[in-house]
Design a protein around this ligand. Structure first.
Ligand SMILES: Cc1ncc(COP(=O)(O)O)c(C=O)c1O
Length: 460
């Protein structure tokens, strides 16, 4: 009887998912049975309502750094809910938010000591732009309001963050967006127009492109440059050597704030707490979210330098911005427990110690004609798919729909690997798993990819 009730309950939930739940960035499947229902997670794996197991090759959405099913994070949330579930940061502090701010200030590079909590990455990006604008207004440069970001870069979905995003197809339905954002080249070395064989020269060129846009718009109008340490959309573009150092010089020269958008790259993704540390540059602000709590509770943050906080320090100027749930005590308690796991299990060291093995395992796939490039750092890799390796010929739109989305995404999942097949730039498979993986899981990923990519090749 109870089994029958459970089966009826599962069927109802499936129907509700199909009829009432609005999926994000997805078309609704025609049939309820085609909508995967993920019900449970354990370590590097998640399980669906049929009990099938999937290796989580994307850490949910670049988020579940410490892996699934960590009881101590659930317990931290429960303890804090009982003690103080909620109180706003509007004129009041709460203990977990204060402690977390202190801990993040200690971990963040240089003088990035002031933490403004948000609920998401988009809100962190939104907050960074607003802070940049207000900062310049109250320090005598009110014309500085524009933002530069890179082509194909994703920075979120709220109006400001979407304006900063460099993916036209994501923006077109919502135009007019917030004006005043401009694009410079990204660091796609594989498809570098010039200097493809000279990363240093390419990095110099790509950084100088930012200067070109600053000069074109007028330095007195440009407030900030938003860059990810490794650009996600387009398929993991790491910075060429010297790139960020040159960008820093340019930002200093024109008094433009450098915002390191680390919504993906912070908290161990690259084997360091922050991506800026990995590539040795000092931004004026860091935006982060996702891995801050490993997704056990939503939270984001903007971490700003002492210089940016200074005009607000004596209380005469107020950053006129905030969120009901900013610095939520339960999320902050979870983030603190998450950072405890990082320390105790040496997760950054684990990533740095294993990243080469992960990369080498994925590079075995370059013997397949369809795999044109494997790139990334840490536990964050993209495999660019091509029709012809010699010419780097990419897929047509029809092939992206039919082979990448129509076949590969589904086949990989059916074979037990959850990862991302993305065509916001050229077609890529992206991997960004929990940071606890070792060689056994790397091999499992490689084998599933090999089998699905071999079949995808035949469909081209
Ligand atoms: C670099 C970057 N910035 C901002 C965002 C937006 O974050 P959220 O989805 O939490 O709003 C994302 C999301 O993936 C991101 O990758």
């Amino acid at each position: 009887m109870s089994q029958l009730l459970a089966a009826q309950g599962a069927e109802l939930t499936k129907r509700q998912a199909h009829e009432n739940l609005w999926l994000h960035f997805s078309g609704q499947p025609a049939d309820a049975a085609d909508l995967p229902m993920i019900v449970r997670g354990e370590g590097a794996y998640v399980f669906d309502d049929h009990g099938r197991r999937y290796l989580d090759g994307l850490a949910g959405l670049f988020t579940v750094q410490v892996g699934h099913g960590r009881r101590e994070l659930a317990e931290a949330a429960a303890r804090q809910s009982e003690k103080l579930a909620y109180f706003p940061l509007w004129s009041y502090a709460n203990e977990p938010a204060a402690e977390l701010a202190g801990r993040l200030a200690d971990l963040a590079p240089g003088d990035l000591n002031r933490v403004f909590f948000t609920n998401s990455g988009s809100e962190a990006v939104e907050s960074a732009w607003k802070l940049a604008k207000q900062y310049f207004k109250i320090t005598g440069k009110p014309g500085k309001h524009k933002v530069i970001s890179r082509t194909t870069a994703y920075h979120g979905t709220t109006h400001g963050a979407l304006s900063i995003t460099g993916i036209p197809e994501l923006k077109v339905n919502f135009e007019p967006l917030v004006p005043s954002t401009f694009r410079a080249a990204n660091t796609n070395l594989y498809r570098a127009p010039l200097h493809g064989d000279d990363p240093v020269a390419f990095g110099r060129w790509a950084a100088d492109e930012i200067e070109r846009v600053i000069l074109q718009e007028g330095p007195d109008t440009v407030a900030a440059v938003f860059l990810e340490p490794v650009q996600n959309a387009g398929g993991c573009f790491p910075p060429p050597p010297g790139y960020f150092q040159r960008v820093r010089e340019i930002c200093d020269e024109y008094d433009v704030l450098l915002v390191s958008d680390e919504v993906i790259c912070a908290f161990g993704r690259l084997g360091t707490y922050f991506g800026a540390e990995r590539y040795d540059y000092l931004p004026d602000m860091i935006t982060c979210a996702k891995g801050l709590t490993s997704g056990y509770s939503p939270m984001g943050a903007l971490i700003a330098s002492d210089r940016l906080y200074e005009p607000f320090a004596d209380g005469r100027n107020v950053f006129s911005h905030g969120y009901t749930f900013g610095g939520h005590p339960v999320s902050a308690a979870v983030a603190l427990a998450n950072l405890d796991i990082f320390e105790r299990e040496h997760l950054n060291e684990h990533v740095r110690g294993n990243e080469q093995a992960f990369r080498s395992t994925l590079e075995k796939l370059t013997d397949l004609p369809i795999v044109g490039d494997v790139r990334g750092d840490g536990y964050f890799y993209g495999l660019e798919l091509v029709k012809d390796k010699a010419t780097k010929e990419t897929f047509t739109d029809e092939e992206c729909d039919r082979v990448l989305k129509g076949f590969l995404s589904k086949d990989l999942f059916a074979n037990g690997l959850y990862c991302r097949a993305d065509d916001r730039g050229d077609p890529v498979i992206q991997l960004s798993p929990p940071l606890i993986l070792g060689q056994g899981e790397f091999d499992e990923i490689e084998q599933i990819l090999r089998s699905s990519l071999t079949r995808a090749q035949e469909l081209l």
